[in-house]
Design a protein around this ligand. Structure first.
Ligand code: GLN
Length: 250
């Protein structure tokens, strides 16, 4: 009996310690109860500017999560390369940026359940001698800095890697004949190619990836809230509806 009381007290103490140490996870006195999303808004159809507002699949999914949690979504646009640091420093609560779950990133952040899949594709000029991944050896390849496309390209033999802050900048360099190919995510690739002249996407898909939401490492309470909200909007078809609105099936 005594033992039970002590262990109960221990539990209570631990629970109090957890609250004391974690604080309120959305505590943001200046702005009220915001859910701050870090993103890089040059990645259509996931996040992009329409006038002054950032819109797209990721923004709508984050908005639906914020609605479920009773929070106000705020979008912070930054370099893709800065998103993980922003999430870990508490500058943002979540990183939603067509971000692929990778082993390396998992060392620095935690990821929600995946909300969609994507592939890496190769963009070349129409009529290019490059017809597949094997032809990329020794070529000048453009990528968006810090992305999985960047990592894949870096592994190609004798590659001349050209890193850009925005995927569209890489695609424009390709259209201008400054580089030989671009490796990037499939849906933005379609958007970028449609806005440039004389480019094509090769059929071969480089890698299949899963996109998920990044949260600060070890913030289990926040991760749990995000996952519960996300799982609910996946289950009720909200996520599919959002994706279908932006991506037309082939
Ligand atoms: N999915 C890629 C990655 O996570 C690219 C993401 C992006 O450029 N926004 O690295």
């Amino acid at each position: 009996m005594k033992k039970k009381v002590i262990s109960l007290m221990l539990c209570a103490c631990m629970a109090m310690a957890a609250v004391g140490c974690g604080g309120k996870k959305f505590d943001n006195p200046d702005k009220g109860e915001d859910l701050i999303m870090a993103t890089n808004a040059y990645f259509e159809p996931y996040e992009y500017y329409e006038g002054d507002a950032v819109t797209g699949i990721d923004v709508e999914i984050a908005q639906a999560i914020a609605d479920k949690l009773g929070l106000t979504l705020k979008v912070e646009d930054m370099e893709f390369d800065s998103i993980i640091a922003a999430v870990n420093s508490g500058k943002a609560h979540i990183g939603v940026a067509g971000m692929t779950v990778t082993e390396d990133r998992l060392k620095n952040v935690d990821f929600s359940d995946p909300y969609t899949t994507a592939t890496q594709v190769i963009i070349v000029q129409e009529g290019s001698e490059i017809t597949g991944g094997d032809d990329l050896v020794g070529k000048k390849i453009g990528v968006q800095l810090g992305t999985t496309g960047d990592l894949f390209a870096a592994e190609i033999e004798d590659v001349q890697l050209e890193q850009y802050n925005k995927g569209m900048d890489a695609v424009q360099a390709l259209a201008g004949g400054m580089i030989d190919a671009v490796i990037i995510d499939n849906e933005p690739a379609k958007q970028f190619v449609s806005k440039a002249e004389g480019l094509q996407i090769l059929d071969e898909e480089f890698a299949v990836e899963e996109y998920a939401i990044a949260v600060a490492k070890g913030n289990e309470e926040l991760l749990d809230d995000i996952n519960k909200a996300l799982d609910a909007i996946i289950a009720d078809g909200t996520v599919k509806g959002i994706v279908d609105k932006y991506i037309t099936a082939e």
